[in-house]
Design a protein around this ligand. Structure first.
Ligand SMILES: [Zn+2]
Length: 337
């Protein structure tokens, strides 16, 4: 009886071992699968997963890595994009500080940030709109970095920052490119930037109004567009306000869905309407603004919208430069502090 029982016992133990081995393998597969999935939405996690990178490279036109840095330049915007083939700068921040405690002092944060990144040449400089907190340093950037292409909306602003940028471009032999909704810019290595606004209508209307000395809403002239690399997408917004958001929603609907949202107008309540942010459905919202800025940016209404929609937020005034990294499959968003 004992011998028979032992044999039965052996079989049972072998079966348990086999079962356990299968369980362990299944768990291991689940864990590795989960870690990749969690990383794509994970807070500040690094996700340089080799297998994901290899998969991304298998997709035609998708290879390497896209790095987007929302630079800490105080009150203003400056976004550095490195596709491995091209260096693109969207806006340059202000030439002077706007914050009460440092008002009119020269703001050198952009050059310090570009030096830190080892930038010696810029392929494309995009000026979203003609406000100093976005293009205040444009002329200096063109002179210092030998920009290949200067991209703007073509609306003939009389602002000193805009005129000086065009003058510098002419002197340096920088090519000027005017863009409008539905234009697609090639950033190299499979990275594209599709312009959603301004429309031809806004460009023509504001050009006419400026020529007639009428006031225009410069924020609404902002170049808004989707940066796309594989499955990753990020909405870049300048300072576009709610009227433009409504128009973009009407023209593109749910096609504006993006993983990361560069919050327009430094988190002002003039932008980021609830229905717009809901349609974008970002996992992260990044706000570029200065410490204790006099505008009170970001406004609490905007932060409440993000909270209600369960969107993670990072702010350059609190977190420093915010880095978004993606292989076209998974991505990470990290603050400097
Ligand atoms: Zn601004």
């Amino acid at each position: 009886m004992c011998a028979i029982n032992d044999k039965v016992g052996d079989k049972v133990i072998k079966r348990i071992y086999k079962y356990l081995a299968v369980m362990v393998m299944t768990l291991a597969m689940l864990v590795s699968g989960c870690s990749q999935g969690a990383v794509s939405g994970g807070a500040t996690s690094d996700n340089s997963g080799n297998s994901a990178a290899a998969e991304a490279q298998d997709q035609p036109g998708i290879q390497g890595k896209l790095v987007v840095k929302v630079l800490d330049v105080g009150q203003g915007d400056a976004i550095l994009i490195n596709t491995g083939e091209q260096i693109i700068l969207i806006d340059t921040g202000d030439d002077k500080y706007r914050e009460e405690n440092r008002k009119n002092e020269e703001n050198t944060q952009l050059f310090a940030a570009l030096d830190k990144e080892g930038i010696t040449h810029i392929d494309k400089l995009i000026m979203t709109h003609a406000h100093a907190d976005h293009i205040g340093k444009a002329a200096k950037v063109i002179k210092k970095y030998g920009v290949t292409e200067l991209i703007h909306n073509g609306i003939p602003s009389a602002s000193a920052a805009f005129r000086n940028a065009l003058k510098a471009a002419k002197a340096q032999g920088t090519k000027q490119i005017k863009v409008k909704a539905d234009d697609v810019l090639d950033f190299g290595k499979g990275v594209t930037f599709t312009v959603l606004s301004p429309t031809t209508q806004i460009i023509e209307q504001d050009t006419r109004d400026l020529q007639a000395d009428k006031k225009v809403n410069v924020n609404n002239e902002s170049i808004v567009g989707i940066l796309k690399f594989g499955d990753f997408s990020m909405l870049l917004t300048g300072d576009a306000e709610k009227d433009v958001e409504k128009d973009i929603l009407a023209r593109y609907g749910k096609n504006i869905n993006c993983k990361v949202y560069k919050t327009p107008h430094h988190g002002s309540h003039t932008s980021s309407s609830f229905s717009y942010v809901k349609a974008i459905q970002p996992e992260y919202a990044i706000i570029s603004c200065g410490v204790n800025n006099s505008y009170g940016h970001p406004h609490k209404e905007t932060m409440q919208t993000f909270k209600k929609l369960n969107i993670n937020t990072l702010e350059t005034d609190k977190n420093g430069t915010v880095t978004v990294e993606t292989d076209g499959k998974t991505y990470s968003v990290k603050g400097e502090r």
